[in-house]
Design a protein around this ligand. Sequence first.
Ligand SMILES: *Cc1c(COP(=O)(O)O)cnc(C)c1O
Length: 505
Amino acid sequence: MTDLSPHSLSVLERLRALQADDLPTHGGRTLAYVYDSGLAEADEVGRRATAAFAATNGLDPTSFPSMLQMENELVGFAADLLDAPAEAVGSVTSGGTESVLLAVQSARDARPEVTRPRMVVPSTIHAAFLKAAHYFGVEAVVVDVGPDFRAVPEAMAAAVDAAPNDTVLVAVSAPSYAHGVVDPVPAVAAHAAARGIRCHVDACIGGWVLPYAARLGRPVPPWTFAVEGVTSISVDLHKYGYTPKGASILLHRSPGHRRSQYFAYADWPGYTMLNSTLQSTKSGAPLAAAWAVVQTIGDEGYLELARQVFDGVDALASGVAGIAGLSLLTQPDSTLIAFTTDETCDVFTVADEMNAAGWFVQPQMRFGDAPANVHLSLSAATAPVVPEFLAALEKAVAAARAVGPVVVDEGVAAVIAALDPAALTDDDFDGLLAAAGLISDGQHSSVEPSSSVEPSSSVEPVETLALPSRMGEVNAMLDLAAPRLREALLIAFLDRLQRPVRRTT
Ligand SMILES: *Cc1c(COP(=O)(O)O)cnc(C)c1O
């Protein structure tokens, strides 16, 4: 180990200070974004593998054969897990979104004769599919789900049959992120297969845990490659593989299905470009970390982690249902829980109270007939703290009842209802963001040094927008906004957050 100079040590000190305001990644109290196995040794292996491979480059697998080997082993592990046929192939990608983007891109490019490609998806499909549609010029035909939040095979079929020759892909979830239920994959896949259309199952969040749930004897509807007509599956390693961030897998039923995913270009003066994923130069760190963690935990380890997380899911689901004022949106098929409140307490206030008590829970806005709700992604590490979670939740509900419902001012609600996001100027957005409490009036007075970061002498103070610690009122306003306006507001907000910190003024 190199001894670090005082300067380098102070840089690392500052890095640690920057992390002070981040959500905890371990301990099981962050119920979205992070997944904690609770296995300190697997985490340490992941960190060491990350460090060892940070400078490697997967641009050319013949130059870094280690990466090709690790990728093939990881894809093989996933193929075994997901009942893939012997000829199945796959790629390790940077995350669920990249796996989904490539599933859509490869489906589109497998049908070059289709000039107006479309794909049929249920309204609960992950937003990454809409991003893929946007990026790749594929029309997304979004079909309402049933009252149980699952895709309706007849409605999906009708949407396909409206233009079967232009439909390059049908996609469903196992499970959906928002409600945690598995779509009726066999019926949807069979209809697509009968018309020669690809069917993708988005198992980004469930793919590494549902097979173990089935092995534990839990009821899991069929959704893997064992289902005829399923042509590709996405499964994230950095969720229930409990690996460091930056790793997912896209599996195809055969090499023929993957062919259109490749990109090669030889007609320029540099090296012949040959890519299997969106990235070209790509770090070996997430791949090596994922490989090392999967090797460390192993098949039996994942079975045990699944046993733990589902104990937690069962305890948490029945606990939530037992708290007066709360109800589950649906019984979970997997490790995700969505619950809502009755009129005696505000759901966003409950979320704020939980967050203030050190539990990160994720608000979800109203959608169709479904009310605003709270999403929980459970980790194995959450299971032992479920009793504490439930105690905190009871207190949060009591506190939310005490403060009463969050009422958005009628005038503000009317303004929100009348706004056309396409016609709004930057000044309008500043006014709205200020009204929402997301920035104060006047950009420059709105920035204040973050409390936890000590600026080093050679660098200007780190400035951040003042974020309200309680989001209840902001969320109540956003919940009233139509999706297009909500998108525009959040983009305007992010644009104002993402401003460079210059060394000179
Ligand atoms: C998380 C998730 C994705 C997107 O994955 P990222 O890793 O966040 O890019 C896609 N589909 C589902 C169902 C997911 O849960």
